[in-house]
Structures are given as structure tokens and as C-alpha cells.
Design a protein around this ligand. Sequence first.
Ligand SMILES: [Zn+2]
Length: 451
Amino acid sequence: MFTPTLFKSQIKTTLGALLCSSMMVSNANAWSEHSLISYPILNTMPEVAEQAPIKVETLAEFVIAEAKGLEKLLASNETWLRENFAHYKPRPDALAFDAVNQDLQTSFIHAIRINPNARVNPYIQLLPGQDEQGRRRMDSSEVAVFTNLAHYNTMTFVEVKSGDMVTPMEVLVSANDDPDNGLDIGLFEDSNTEAGKLYGFGKQAFGNPALEYSSQAPFHMGFYHESSILFTLAPFLRETFPDYRVHMYKALSEYAFSTGHDYWGWRFMGWGMHYIGDIAQSYHSTLQPGVSTASSIWTNAKDIMGYPQAKIDAIQLLSNRHLVLEEFQEIITKKAYEDNDFSSALFTALTQETAVVEYNDNTFVEVFAKNSYDKSDKLAGYLERWVPEQLVSDPSFEVDGSKEIKMIVQLIREQHGEEGITKMTNLLAEFMLDHNANTRSYVRAILSHKS
Ligand SMILES: [Zn+2]
């Protein structure tokens, strides 16, 4: 027999393992290269695309120039978060930004609780086909913190320096990927880092703290709409923080614009945009897309009673499907760029002027995350119907690193013909249309504060 407490601790292990699986693979990013998705959206927003070039400023320059104002802003933002976000982990008082601190940049980094090793120097990530303009090409390690940088091989980064002129578009599109480049790595008590011990985020609720990439998972996934019984059994599901990140970066962006520091206005806006993109992907908003709560709990119960196979299978399928969606998106997106196919379903979804909700403090959770959660059953259904069984319904098959995943489009075509490709592409386009609407909503809300 098992006691309720034991059951609870077991369910934590099991559900935690489920969540962990989706971030275990080396490059599970929700969407591959956010910049390729956000560029077509932003390029059709005249309020972004037609902005005049702006002057680059380093983080230290911004923080030193605005020390007093930032001290006030961050203090009032902290108060707001404590009062309004029920599951917020308060920033320890000792980390409050201090305008007379000797090392203002470090004080700022601690106050906003990002990875102190994150690369915050100005840079630009070139878009496919964009010229280097004589700028120095940077090594991936100057932009991202990871030990393994293999998946950065296809991207080009160039250096920009304080005083250089850049377009807001260049800043925004580059900054959009920053949160996947290391801002949220190693921030938990059990991350075995100094920052983790200081920051007050507690122990990592799910994911594997031993895996470098996995420690950002609770910042890039948000579970707000699971059934109440799941939250009761597994309260750690509440320990996710993308809503906090979005709120803070929006406040910083608006502050930077209002004080004439446009470079940081656009850069912070880009950081917030990242989480808005992530949450639009059902595997980042839903514990187990396509699986009922009852079934989740039954899988866990069997595991506890000594029959772990259902759990092991569920973990494998979750991971496989997450990767299949991401790889399909990556191939279709890169192909659309290669072909300059601006009439493709994908570009049409990203470039159309679509209905946009007016953004407020609840929009991220109540609209963006909710839409994504509501689409999760449909997404799982499409994967089961239109992707070869081996890749999405065979728990004995490991998709990560397989040759089949690279051939995903071809395999769909072989089995389901052009209809399969069209169905899956149209589904992807539906997610991209949400991505489009969410981005416009967020960017417009910030720019309404820009003079
Ligand atoms: Zn992410």
C-alpha cells in the first residue's frame, strides 16, 4: 500500500521525468531559430520595419546612465510581481538593484536574476542572405554559453560596438534568440552555480539539473491550464517562470524607450518576445498533449505499483513528438527561405495582418498560453494521423539522433502523399498565425509607451 505523501513524492518523480524528457534532447527549443519566424512578422509591422537606425549602447553604459531610475523601476516591479503573481518566487531583498553599487552591471544582472555568464555584449545575428557589412564575424561562444555549440554552425553572428548604428529590426531579431543562448541557464539552488544559490528560485522543479541545457526548462515552459487534480498531485507544475520574464522585460523595455535608450528598448523587447514564441508551442504549455489527465494519473499509478513500462513509453513518445514537430518546422521554414516562397502557407501565416488582442498583464497566461493549451489535442491528433507511426507512436524508437528525423518530410510524403505534407504544413501555419498575433500584440503594447 502507499500513503498519499508517498504517492505525491512518486508522482513528482514520474511527472518530473515526463517533463524532463522533452528538454533532454540537445536542441529542444520549442521553435528552431526564433529569428527566422519573427523576422517575417516584424518586417510587416511598419512601426518596427520603418524605424530609423539607432545607436548601439552596452549594458554597462545603459545601467550607469540610468542607475537611479532603474533602482526605482525594479523595486516597484518587484512589489507588483509579489502582489499579482500567485506563484512568483520573490527576488531576495539582498539582490535589489542598488544605484550606488560599485559594480552596477553585476548588481543589475543579479537584480533581474539572469545567468551572470550570459553574453550580453551587442551583436547581430544575420538573417539568411544578409551581408556582413565588413563587421567582424563572432564565434558562437561569444553569443551562447553552451559547451556544445554544434547547432549554431549554420548561424552567423557579427560584432557591433557602442556607438555603431543598427536598425531596430536587427536588434530585435537577434535579441529574440538570446533567452535560448544562456540567459536562463544554471539559476536554481541545485544547479551547482553561485547564481543559483543566490537567486531564490528554489530547486529546479522538473528537468534534470545535471544536464546543461535542461536547467532553462522551467523558464521556457509554463503550465497554467492543467486540471486542478494534476496541480494538487503535482504542485511543482506551478513552478514555471516565463510569465515573470515577459513581465519584467516588458517593463525594462518601456523604461529604456522612455529614457531615450532605444537599443535596450528593442533588446529587452526581443528577450520578452522569446517566451511569447515558446508558449505558443503546445509542448511548452501542456504537460502531455493529447493525453487525458485520467490517463496521465493512471500511468503514474501503475508506475508506483511496480509497472513502470507505461511511464517509460509515455516519456519516449512525448520526447519523440516534441522533436518531430520541431524538426518539421525547421525544415519547412528553411525551405521557404531557400525558395523565397513568400506565398507559402508559412509566410502567409506570419505576414498577414491578423486580429490582435490588446495586451495586458493577464494576456500571456490567459490568452497566449491558453490558446496553445487548447490546441494541444489537435496537434497530437495530427501527429498521430499524418506522421509515420514509427516516429510518433512507437515508444521503442528513439527519434533524437535518428536518420529518420532528418527525413521527416520525405517520410510523410511517402506514406501520405502531398495531402500529408499539406495537412501538417497547414497545422504549422495555424501555430504560426498565433505566433504572429501574439508578437504583434506584445510589440504594440510596448511601443504605445514609446514617444
Ligand atoms: Zn526557449
